[in-house]
Design a protein. Sequence first.
Length: 236
Amino acid sequence: MDIVITGASQGIGAAIARTFASEPPGDAPTRIALAARSADSLNAVADTVRKTGAEALVCPTDVTDDEDVDHLAERVLGDWGAPDVLVNNAGMFRYAPLDELTIDGFRDQIDVNLTGAFAVTQAFLPAMRERKTGHLFFMASVASIQAYPGNAGYCAAKHGLRGFARVVREETKDEGIRVTTVLPGATRTPTWEGTELPDERFMAAEDVAQAVVDATGLSSRTVVEELLLRPQEGDV
């Protein structure tokens, strides 16, 4: 299985890479392309992936840079062909009340969380459609279905990402492509560094990752369109 994961250097993206790598291989070896801005962090994740016997391709990529995205696609498609799984996980969160949120701050969150996913999807989807198989994941959020004060940029981006994923689903469902939108609640990742809340109030990144991997294991007759995950005690 060939997998591409953006935002793979830490948090949920890294957990997804580790979880896919730890699954028993199918008819072909597991190969994972790891994309994010930090090459050093990607190399650390790649080392973990390789220890399981899976292959890791380190692809430093800024999803807001069109040339970076083109290079990522050219490298993966050139070496492996169309991926079996594409996980649009690259994201950004910045808390700011409306009277403190700047235009640039708003645009940054739209660019990373929404436009970046569009660019990456557009780069890989034609090859997946030509092969008539593949599974796309969009890492949305509970902020895709709920408003949170101080999160105008993030909520707008994640609402938009959910809408975009729904369009991709409708346009490709007759072509053998599966589309899943993941909507996690508070997950213990670097985003929450500095919080005084105990770990028990957060989901583990590994739990979100396992849900993603499990969704790929269904037969081609079935797709999980949306995965809503929350901490057992509810939202933080």
